[in-house]
Write a protein that binds this ligand. Structure first.
Ligand SMILES: Nc1nc2c(c(=O)[nH]1)N[C@H]1C(S)=C(S)[C@@H](COP(=O)(O)O)O[C@H]1N2
Ligand SMILES: [Mo]
Length: 402
């Protein structure tokens, strides 16, 4: 049973072994360039407004401000959801859009229009989309290490309620064959050119086992049609995996009886560096465990009275089992209360009360543990592109006389 076998990502990796990987110089040359955070109101290539109270702009990307989630419910509203664009948001007419399914892993290659997709049985689920580079800036600011890429703090994540058609349904209707191994969706946004190298349109293979498991071809985000910046008319949502897998503005899907490759699973989105082989780690898939405070960076808090500090924690590997918070730089830890839904591919909210005494600068730490026992480390091992930072983040606050 090829599908059963490929449920094991290690087996899938072996199936891919021998694929060419670029040299280190190429990789560094191809590194995405990220700007410094600027209090912007717009970003090149992003359609929606990016008010400085809710976003930090980073070039073609925009990060959610965590303090903007403080009085917001479980889901990130569409107008506050982070945007990660390799190029720019295309404006697509759903009336003429089609999704083409093709390749050697299909016996009935065919296409679907927007209305046809909407007419298929739908599913709705809460899931996070999180960039593999979320938290990247902390390699530099906390660990004094060099990394390249967009300097996200922790706002490269959002949770939404997605509605759409299981990818499995569409694959079955296109005659998925038993020997199909990889599925590669491709976006309709412009080709990605970096340092003079054209990598083509954004695409990256996922194993058939994952494609059949829980992947959605989503056309609604929080009960509204997808906004242009988030993939209108249709995007993939690949729960628990790095955000890159959730291809936006999908226009075609190649289904193949042999392993597929793209620069996004060979040159990018693997761990490269001292601790890794020259061709890098295996392609990145499931996200690690992380947590964040719903507080401004450098928040000001009054001394001598209790403050309810709120936050969220998440892990691609399982439910959040607990969150601990330290007010004294990690000497003592206090257990936070978890509240509300406790969903695996999304996040869990938590809160804790702090009564700060001494005025002056303080550092708040939060440390989440998931049900597999994975806990946020105090440091994350370095990799050149700064992916998968899961370390405990030092959140600075200032306590003032009340
Ligand atoms: N077509 C296309 N899909 C894409 C991207 C892109 O640039 N083009 N960026 C990916 C990355 S790296 C991430 S983290 C998520 C971000 O989704 P969002 O912009 O809806 O938050 O989309 C992914 N899908
Ligand atoms: Mo990403």
């Amino acid at each position: 049973m090829p599908y059963e076998d490929l449920n094991d990502e290690a087996v899938h990796r072996r199936a891919r072994a021998g694929q060419p990987a670029p040299g280190r110089r190429d990789r560094l040359r191809l590194a995405a360039v990220g700007g410094e955070p600027v209090p912007g109101v717009s970003s090149p290539g992003i359609v929606k407004p990016l008010p400085a109270e809710t976003f930090i702009a980073h070039g073609t990307n925009a990060e959610m401000r965590w303090e903007a989630m403080r009085d917001v419910g479980y889901h990130v509203p569409n107008d506050r959801f982070f945007v990660r664009n390799h190029t720019s948001t295309p404006i697509i007419d759903a009336a003429t859009w089609r999704l083409e399914l093709h390749g050697t892993g299909l016996s009935n290659p065919r296409s679907f229009g927007y209305e046809e997709l909407l007419a298929l049985p739908a599913v709705t689920r809460d899931a996070a989309i999180e960039c593999a580079g979320n938290g990247r800036s902390f390699f530099a600011t906390q660990q004094d290490q060099e990394i390249s890429g967009t300097p996200w703090r922790l706002g490269g994540i959002g949770v939404a309620r997605w509605r759409g058609v299981p990818l499995a349904t569409v694959l079955e209707r296109a005659g998925l064959t038993p020997d199909a191994v990889d599925v590669m969706p491709r976006g309709l946004d412009p080709e990605y050119v970096s340092d003079g190298v054209n990598h083509g349109r954004v695409r990256r293979p996922i194993p058939v086992s994952k494609a059949l498991d829980d992947v959605i071809l989503a056309y609604e985000m929080n009960d509204r049609p997808l906004p242009p910046d988030h993939g209108y008319p249709v995007r993939l949502v690949v729960p628990s995996w790095i955000g890159l897998a959730s291809i936006k503005w999908v226009g075609d899907i190649e289904v193949s009886a042999s392993p597929l490759a793209s620069p996004w699973n060979t040159e990018f989105y693997r761990m490269f560096g001292e601790a890794y082989p020259p061709e890098g780690s295996a392609p990145l898939t499931v996200q690690g465990v992380r947590s964040a405070f719903e507080l401004p960076w450098n928040a000001t808090l009054a001394a001598g009275r209790p403050h309810v500090l709120r936050g969220r924690a998440w892990s691609g590997h399982g439910r959040i089992a607990g969150v601990e918070v330290s007010f004294d730089g990690g000497e003592t830890w206090h257990r936070a209360q978890l509240r509300g839904p406790h969903v695996v591919p999304a996040w869990t909210r938590w809160h804790i009360t702090w009564n700060p005494g001494r005025p002056g600068p303080h550092t708040l730490l939060s440390r989440a543990t998931d049900e597999t026992g994975a806990v946020q480390p105090m440091r994350t091992p370095h990799n050149d592109y700064g992916y998968m930072f899961d370390g405990v983040v030092h959140h600075p606050v200032t306590v003032v006389n009340g």
